[in-house]
Write a protein that binds this ligand. Structure first.
Ligand SMILES: [Zn+2]
Length: 83
């Protein structure tokens, strides 16, 4: 596992611990990032962030996921027993 993969795993874990549901990471230049399908908050990883070294950042690791009312399509129907 590369250093970047470890950072991506850590970033994902941090975000998922806050209930975010992430799309696959996409590399953009020096940073690799993703966002939450539910609330749109972002997570990014910069493996070469300069003097501070590798960095993980983004709203999704700082704040918990908040479901937008308009986006809540999935029904959390009660899976109760059949008749
Ligand atoms: Zn979210």
């Amino acid at each position: 596992m590369t250093e970047l993969e470890e950072l991506l795993n850590k970033a994902r874990q941090l975000a998922e611990a806050r209930n975010h549901k992430l799309v696959p990471f996409i590399r953009r230049g020096r940073s690799t990032g993703t966002r939450c399908v539910t609330c749109g908050r972002q997570v990014y990883v910069m493996p070469d962030a300069g003097v501070i070294g590798a960095a993980i950042g983004g709203d999704a690791i700082a704040e918990a996921c908040i479901r937008k009312p308009i986006a809540s399509v999935e029904g959390k129907a009660s899976k109760s027993k059949l008749g």
